[in-house]
Write a protein that binds this ligand. Structure first.
Ligand SMILES: *Cc1c(COP(=O)(O)O)cnc(C)c1O
Length: 383
């Protein structure tokens, strides 16, 4: 019997330390490993290539994503970078037009000058994705729920469209986490996480991971790790491994709190639009029910009076929600995508994708929800 998620989260990839019996995987703070004779070693030669703490984390994350392999990186963007280096100049990528600003910057400002080509389309519209296909399209880049508008993209439908044409599919699963959604089981080839967010879960590290069951991709990713060296240190791997042990517990509370926050905002007279797939009125609700276990901890909204100054007044008036970039930690955060996380996307491109300059994004933490609601209420009272 395969174990269920919570059991895997706590045990997968980890054995008691063979030399001491320590139940927790040690932080192997070492750069190299002594060999008995040249080439005779215990499976590790040099820590850029492998480290036992990192290997345990990789075993754990692969199990959570139902993948054969997980390859860890020093950040989420380093993982995206490694995937794109698996392509060749001239290759074409179709990406969702509502995505993490750093991903957009990496695509447009780092990889376009090296000859990769990108189209950004609203992937809710399969016909628009088909219209953007070219003979050199090699990869679909999907984020769902999207950032920051929390739109739902149909992973299975997009994977079916891609597979029939020999195109690979990568899903940035940072917002959903493997607890809520496992893209490989829906037909994707690659899953990327910024482990900085929910996987780490405590806003105390930067990390990334790419999961795949495709052997050719796994080989390419291992080659990137060895050749370009964007690896996480053992201490950060230890912290990520500690983080995944409570991923299922944290996500249950993140989701429950976000649902209460979205309901509260939806009925508040000073609030305009609320984006949260858990709201029955949300356009992505039905798809989210099919594709996800629950609706996640991210909520975004506009004010009824959508002047930017008003949004800024709310963001600077909260006391529990801290004004900061990032997401997925135990503490609640509030931010302004247009000037913070998505500032590297040009204003015209943001507006074309429907990202309003007055949009406010919340990462709903795991505090007592009444304190979160009271905090938002007093901040909204000020505008
Ligand atoms: C933060 C984030 C990234 C980038 O990850 P880093 O760990 O900051 O490099 C990529 N995708 C999404 C959806 C993110 O939120």
């Amino acid at each position: 019997m395969p174990y269920r998620f919570g059991t895997l989260a706590i045990h997968a990839g980890q054995q008691p330390d063979p030399s001491t019996g320590a139940i927790m995987t040690p932080i192997y703070q070492t750069s190299t490993y002594v060999q008995e004779a040249p080439g005779r070693h215990k499976g590790h030669e040099y820590a850029r290539v492998t480290n036992p703490t990192r290997s345990a984390l990789e075993g754990n994350l692969a199990a959570l994503e139902r993948a054969e392999h997980a390859v860890c990186f020093s950040s989420g963007v380093a993982g995206i970078d490694a995937i794109l280096k698996g392509l060749r100049p001239g290759d074409h990528v179709i990406a969702t037009n509502d995505l993490y600003g750093g991903t957009y910057r990496l695509f447009r400002q780092v990889f376009e000058p090296f000859g990769l080509r990108f189209s950004f389309v609203d992937m809710r519209d399969l016909a628009a994705v088909e219209a953007a296909l070219t003979p050199s399209t090699r990869l679909l880049w999907i984020e769902t729920p999207t950032n920051p508008l929390l739109r739902l993209l149909d992973i299975r439908a997009l994977a079916d469209l891609a597979r029939s044409r020999g195109i690979d599919v990568a899903v940035d699963n940072t917002f959903a986490t493997p607890y809520l959604q496992q893209p490989l089981t829906l037909g994707a080839d690659l899953v990327l996480h910024s482990a900085t967010k929910y996987i780490g879960g405590h806003s105390d590290l930067i990390g990334g991971v790419v999961c795949t069951s495709n052997e050719a991709w796994h080989e390419k990713l291992r080659f990137q790790v060895k050749s370009t060296g964007a690896v996480p240190g053992p201490m950060d791997c230890f912290l990520m491994l500690r983080g995944t042990k409570t991923l299922h517990l944290r996500m249950e509370r993140h989701c429950a709190n976000a649902r209460r926050v979205a309901d509260f905002l939806a009925q508040h007279p000073k609030v305009g639009r609320v984006h949260y797939p858990g709201l029955p009125s949300d356009p992505g609700h039905e798809l989210a029910r099919r594709q996800m276990r629950d609706f996640g901890g991210m909520v975004s909204f506009t004010l009824a009076d959508d002047r930017i100054e008003k949004a800024v007044a709310v963001m600077t008036s909260t006391r529990v929600f801290a004004l900061a970039e990032s997401l997925g930690g135990v503490e609640s955060l509030i931010e302004h995508p247009a000037s913070m996380t998505h500032g590297s996307i040009p204003a015209e491109a943001r507006r074309a994708a429907g990202l309003d300059d007055s949009l406010i994004r919340l990462s709903v933490g795991v505090e007592d929800v009444e304190d979160l609601l009271e905090d938002l209420d007093q901040a909204l009272e000020r505008v």
